[in-house]
Design a protein around this ligand. Structure first.
Ligand SMILES: [Zn+2]
Length: 225
């Protein structure tokens, strides 16, 4: 898996090239994070003993998802007569596309770009990931979430925005760093499997949702350039 915090920071980094429109940058950062919510479905399938195959990097990582998002938010914008919803949808579409491109470029996995039509695109097939690296790629989720949250704190200080959110964001950053250390030590000593891995997965999903909530709450920071 490509670390979600990296996706979020890539979204933030794209600010310079994006036009300034209400909720557009919010959509772009959320769109960069959104596709990994498919892990919620993977977790559900795991807990219920269902079939996990073909759930990750498929239905949220498809060009058809982008089209669906664009259409839904365009309609909400028309019906509510608030163009910022359309901006949000456009941002989400751009963000999801960026996420897919980053996934294809890095970290040893393929993406089902045209799901549900099938046909995985994988530039990494044939590459065997050693155990130690796959542990770091997993626990690195916490590390990069922490770095992303600190980036939000930093930008909010620079732009003098969302002062009330800084404390929460900073606290979560330290929680993420703590989890990174704990799970890295744990997985290297006992292996990344069983109950500890399930707990890891649950905490990853909590972190992802916290990340998306913080992003939304700190949208003034993200949109101030
Ligand atoms: Zn992904």
């Amino acid at each position: 898996m490509s670390q979600n915090g990296i996706h979020a920071m890539v979204g933030i980094a794209s600010r310079k090239w994006m036009p300034k429109r209400e909720w557009l940058m919010l959509g772009i950062v959320l769109g960069n994070m959104f596709p990994d919510l498919d892990n919620l479905v993977v977790a559900y399938a795991t807990l219920t003993g269902g079939d996990k195959h073909g759930l990750h990097r498929t239905f949220t990582h498809s060009v058809f998802t982008i089209l669906a998002v664009l259409i839904v938010f365009y309609l909400i914008g028309v019906i509510s007569k608030k163009p910022k919803w359309n901006n949000l949808g456009l941002g989400l579409g751009i963000g999801i596309l960026m996420h897919i491109l980053v996934d294809l470029a890095v970290w040893f996995n393929g993406v089902e770009l045209l799901w549900p039509l099938g046909g995985e695109v994988n530039f990494w097939s044939g590459v065997v990931v050693p155990d130690w690296l796959s542990i770091i790629l997993d626990t690195g989720e916490f590390l990069t979430f922490g770095l992303y949250f600190l980036l939000l704190v930093n930008l909010s200080q620079k732009n003098k925005t969302d002062a009330g959110q800084r404390g929460v964001a900073r606290t979560w950053a330290y929680i993420e760093f703590f989890l990174f250390i704990v799970f890295t030590v744990l997985f290297f000593s006992i292996g990344a499997k069983g109950l500890p891995y399930t707990i890891f997965g649950a905490l990853y999903l909590v972190s992802l949702i916290v990340g998306m909530v913080l992003t939304t709450r700190m949208r003034n920071t993200i949109e101030a350039v």
